[in-house]
Design a protein around this ligand. Structure first.
Ligand SMILES: [Zn+2]
Length: 477
């Protein structure tokens, strides 16, 4: 018997520059670069988090177990700068913004990773990795301010540049600060000796090279392989990380394990703000927190999934408003369906069995096609339209329950309706609701309103539809 997990999933691999059929086992090992915790996270961070959270949910939906790792960079130049200017320690600043990030993610229904390793909790592992890279001849030490620096020697890894697809000349141009201590302009730091600012922010660790701290890139090589081994299946991140971060990560991991460390590299495109790149200098950084003031987390999720992950996505008010309307129409279909089920269970009157297309298969086909979430959303809308139609025409309880479970299942892959609570059948109020319908027919509106008010006290809101009275429960979802 063929199962969902046998269906092929095609994904664009940044490394091979083409779409590939994923070769995955029952267990998928996945790493996504996390934030550098020096400020509130912005809508670009939200996009990467939501895209990969949704991909993780989809893989789980196909019957696979996903081991998901996302790091926190909790020691870095920007964190230290902020700490020094505010008279705090690096740890205080990082912990604050890690906490804020996790709060934002919870409101976006982004599930926690299985592991959220931090750099400062893995210093010993990082030191061992740097030592090993030196021993293997891929890195060298030079004198620094309060100890020694360690650099990865890029020409020792001839494959360097293959992930980003850059030529040596292009790569050379990217290095703007020549350092006479470096053997090659492309060489990058694995370990940085302590500077005065680092000491002030208490961002200094003992090492064989004296007091200092890790360079940025080495953490991801160490933290990914610590939890996932080498090679692992999927490495995700925003496309701004391809160079230099992921190019360097690949070089380091290759030096450590002498295997191609990652099977599939996936990168999502940027969020632009009214057509412009988001940047500090333009002052147009949109914090997740500020968007959450105006829109529900699931509406923001809808917006972020409304473009293909490899296309740019433009953030503007009208686009958010559109996302809100679309999302609400999907939610209304769920509620209509659920109200109908509750009414059938209460009154015991149902219609015929109805057929409908295999929306779930269509949904999967969209998701298997390079994770085409806009196409998948279109399928969900098509299903919502059919649900509303069948609700207005009537059907059997079995038909409605089947529609409900399929719809709920595919929506939950997108991270929608997480907190939805089902509308209960109201057998104990059946007579009262029937009495009210009778009163309305006889134009006894006082009696009808009296019953409506009484049920309202029980937090039940009555809704009159062409097919009879339905209800919602306040605080029920
Ligand atoms: Zn990383």
């Amino acid at each position: 018997m063929s199962s969902i997990s046998d269906e092929t999933i095609r994904i664009y691999n940044t490394f091979t520059k083409k779409e590939e059929e994923l070769q995955l086992g029952k267990e998928v090992r996945m790493y996504v670069c996390g934030i550098t915790a020096y400020d509130y996270s912005h809508i670009g961070h939200a996009r990467s988090a939501v895209v990969f959270d949704t991909f993780r949910r989809f893989l789980e939906y196909t019957g696979r177990k996903v081991i998901y790792v996302q790091n926190f960079t909790d020691v870095d130049d920007k964190i230290i700068r902020r700490a020094v200017s505010e008279g705090r320690t690096q740890k205080e600043v990082a912990e604050e913004f890690i906490q804020k990030y996790l709060e934002d993610m919870e409101r976006l229904n982004v599930r926690r990773a299985d592991f959220h390793p931090k750099v400062t909790e893995n210093i010993e592992e990082i030191i061992q990795a740097v030592k090993k890279i030196i021993e293997k001849g891929y890195a060298y030490e030079v004198e620094g301010e309060n100890g020694r620096d360690v650099y990865f020697h890029v020409p020792s890894f001839p494959e360097y540049g293959r992930l980003s697809g850059m030529s040596i000349e292009e790569l050379d141009r990217h290095r703007i600060e020549p350092d006479p201590r470096k053997k090659d302009v492309k060489d990058f730091a694995l370990w940085k000796s302590a500077k005065d600012e680092d000491l002030k922010a208490e961002a200094v660790f003992d090492s064989p090279w004296g007091p200092g701290r890790p360079g940025w890139h080495i953490e991801c090589s160490v933290l990914a392989t610590k939890h996932l081994g080498a090679p692992f299946d999927i490495h995700g991140g925003g496309k701004d990380l391809i160079f230099p971060h992921h190019e360097n990560e690949r070089a380091q991991s290759y030096a450590l394990f002498e295997v191609e460390p990652v099977k599939y590299w996936m990168h999502n495109d940027f969020v632009t703000i009214k057509g412009e790149k988001m940047s500090k200098s333009l002052g147009n950084i949109v914090k997740i927190r500020d968007v959450l003031e105006k829109y529900d987390g699931e509406v923001i999720r809808y917006f972020l999934l409304s473009a293909h992950y490899r296309s740019p996505l433009d953030f503007r008010d009208d686009a958010l408003e559109r996302a809100k309307k679309s999302y609400e129409s999907l939610r209304n279909a769920l509620e209509n369906l659920d109200m109908e089920v509750a009414a059938i269970k209460t009154f015991g009157i149902e219609g015929e069995r109805r057929d409908f297309p295999d929306f779930e298969e269509k949904f999967r086909d969209a998701m298997r096609d390079d994770f085409n979430t806009p196409k998948a959303l279109a399928v969900i809308h098509e299903m919502a339209g059919r649900i509303n139609q069948i609700v207005s025409e009537g059907a059997s309880l079995e038909t409605f329950e089947m529609l409900f479970s399929i719809y709920r299942r595919i929506c939950s892959v997108m991270g929608f309706f997480e907190s939805y609570r089902r509308i209960p059948a109201l057998q104990e109020y059946r007579e009262l609701i029937e009495e009210r319908e009778m009163a309305r027919r006889e134009r006894d509106f006082d009696r009808a309103d009296e019953i409506r008010d009484r049920l309202r006290e029980e937090r039940i809101i009555l809704i009159d539809t062409p097919r009879g009275t339905r209800w919602k429960v306040i605080g029920g979802s």
